[in-house]
Design a protein around this ligand. Structure first.
Ligand code: GRG
Length: 294
């Protein structure tokens, strides 16, 4: 357990350093683009997705350095999604990670462009990664594009917006969550599998694990939206209530929602135990998904 915590801490530092290196201030007339991107990208966030990518690669004996650029590219896409999600035309959130949202700290136009920049740059980072073969790069770009795009997050975001103010059932909510939040978390694990060159059968197990913890992560996010609203949004009313969104907590109640997330993580861990490798590091990360407080 302690050594798993040390590994995660190490990955965290590696990710912070690499992101700092990849997105720097520049002596150019459009430096505000980099300042805005750095405002959202650097120095905050749990880094769950890139940690998952590196940890997945490492359980198959692949060195963290090999997975680092791809992991950071994924975090850039996550950062872009949060920047755009906070915009007035989306969730209209004034705070993110305990400070003003990007469009509150910079002009709204710059927030849109910084998000666009992080989205496009992410693919460049993978395309030119010399640690990987051309085949690995193409596979990584493909899985990331699918899971961030119309087969994943963007589709989920649109379904989420369409569902606002409507009464939706549990199955519909699950579908929205699987796309909106689950897809990038699934991609995180699958990308680790690609970097480690795992065979198809193993990749299927990893993807199934990713789907379960992705859904559990979103359920806990709904729980925290209610229980930690002040800390998350700087106000006492839940952002989901403000945006008239149906959540797991509304449909199941607080306790049943938590139990559902815990059961998903237990199922996910069992799936990993089909593998001959020591998967305790990934199992430990899965536990942090449901034990988190932010
Ligand atoms: C605008 C294209 C576009 C997509 C937005 C994922 C998403 C789609 C919006 C985020 C809305 C949201 C807050 C969903 C809850 C789950 C989630 C993604 C929480 C934030 O992720 P964390 O907790 O954030 O990993 P940190 O700050 O730790 O990186």
């Amino acid at each position: 357990m302690i050594s798993n915590d040390i590994s995660i801490q190490n990955y965290y530092m590696l990710i912070e350093n690499k992101l700092n290196q990849l997105v720097q201030e520049q002596n150019v007339p459009f430096n505000q683009l980099f300042s805005a991107a750095r405002y959202s990208l650097i120095g905050a966030g749990k880094r769950l997705r890139p940690i998952l990518t590196i940890a997945t690669a490492e359980i198959f004996g692949t060195h963290s350095e090999k997975a680092l650029n791809a992991a950071c590219a994924l975090e850039m896409i996550h950062a872009y999604s949060l920047i755009h999600d906070d915009l007035p035309c989306m969730d209209d959130d004034d705070f993110r990670r305990g400070k003003p949202s990007l469009h509150k700290a910079f002009p709204e136009s710059h927030a849109v462009l910084a998000g666009d920049y992080l989205l496009t740059y992410a693919f460049e980072v993978i395309a030119i990664d010399e640690h990987l073969t051309s085949t690995q790069r193409v596979k990584l770009i493909t899985i990331l594009a699918k899971n961030a795009g119309a087969e994943g997050m963007i589709a989920g975001q649109l379904m989420d917006i369409e569902a606002e103010g409507k009464k939706i059932d549990l199955e519909t909510l699950r579908t929205i969550h699987r796309y909106k939040t689950g897809a990038l978390i699934t991609a995180a694990v699958a990308m680790g599998g690609i970097v480690a060159n795992v065979v198809e059968e193993v990749q299927s197990i990893l993807i199934s694990f990713g789907k379960d913890i992705g859904l559990a992560f979103q359920i806990i996010d709904d729980v925290l939206d209610v229980t930690e609203s002040q800390q998350k949004h700087g106000r006492n009313i839940s952002s989901d209530i403000l945006n008239d969104k149906v959540t797991y907590v509304q449909l199941l109640g607080l306790e049943k929602a938590k139990q559902t997330a815990f059961a998903l993580v237990e199922a996910a861990k069992l799936k990993l135990r089909q593998l001959p490798q020591d998967t305790s590091l990934l199992e430990h990360i899965a536990d942090t998904v449901i034990r988190r407080t932010n």
